[in-house]
Design a protein around this ligand. Structure first.
Ligand code: OAD
Length: 252
């Protein structure tokens, strides 16, 4: 393992353009549950009851309750050493992107700057009628099913997350696909790699001959294309991999 980590570290040191693709596993040690594992969210809650447009039009109050519960949790937890290590790597790099499937805001809180949140951000809401955006990192909008605060609008607010059956933001998807297609290193952390179109990202990087490095305690849908599969928890392996990476862009 030590040797594999060293080789992966060298590949990162030599890379000019790095994309980090993350999923729920990177936040697990912060205390945010994953989806598909035993004890994950989709074991206890059915996605079709809480994470589809149909569920929201049928039971908006219950869907809001669920997202408020998850929002409260996301506010209470802290980024872990995995998030911080990714943010510090960006500090040393000029051509760097984090494309995350997570909605928990933890990459940004850890200090990452160029972050694409492919599935949205649980702290934000928007009006389904006029599109007004509300940032609720500080205070919740009032009401069990909040209405748009813009005078005279009266539209229903919804969480700014992508539900099953919905399209990802086309600009976000284009930007992350483009970046991945030009990257020479792709670090994949804590995702099952089963949810598309996001999971295409490492494959696009691989097509560009990028070195694909994966951190996960279990093999995933990405492992088959990984040059280095670093098996273990993100909060432990990511700093181990990145902390000693003090090289500047593309250094030999
Ligand atoms: P999943 O729950 O599908 O997968 C979590 C992954 O994290 C698995 O591969 C685990 O092995 C791995 N894992 C567990 N503990 C870990 C740790 N300590 N360190 C690193 N990895 C660990 O979550 P995602 O792949 O993120 O979408 O799921 C993708 C999307 O499916 C989510 O964004 C969400 C969900 O439905 C929407 O809601 C649209």
């Amino acid at each position: 393992m030590e040797d594999k980590i060293k080789k992966a570290r060298d590949a990162i040191a030599k890379a000019y353009k790095i994309i980090v693709f993350t999923g729920a596993g990177i936040s697990k040690e912060s205390g945010v549950p994953t989806f598909r594992e035993a004890g994950g969210l989709w074991e206890e809650f059915k996605a079709e009851d809480f994470a589809t447009p149909e569920a929201f039009s049928r039971r908006p109050k219950e869907v809001w309750e669920w997202y408020r519960f998850r929002r409260d949790l996301a506010r209470k937890v802290e980024p872990n050493p995995g998030h911080y290590a990714v943010a510090r790597l960006e500090d040393a790099r000029s051509d760097f992107m984090v494309a995350t499937q997570n909605i928990d805001n933890l990459h940004t809180r850890a200090g990452s700057r160029n972050v694409i949140e492919l599935h949205g951000n649980i702290m934000h809401s928007y009006c389904m009628k006029c599109g007004l955006l509300a940032d609720e990192s500080e205070a919740e909008l009032p009401g069990e099913v909040p209405v748009c605060p813009r005078e005279g609008c009266g539209g229903v607010m919804r969480p700014k997350v992508v539900w099953f059956g919905e399209q990802l933001d086309p600009d976000d998807l284009d930007r992350s696909y483009m970046f991945a297609s030009e990257a020479d290193c792709c670090l994949v952390i804590g995702t099952s790699g089963f949810v598309y179109p996001a999971a295409q990202i490492p494959f696009l990087a691989k097509r560009n001959d990028a070195c694909v490095i994966e951190i996960n305690p279990e093999p995933s849908g990405i492992t088959q294309i990984a040059d280095y599969f670093l098996q273990g928890p993100a909060a432990q392996i990511t700093p181990q991999l990145l902390e000693e990476n003090k090289y500047a862009d593309g250094a030999d």
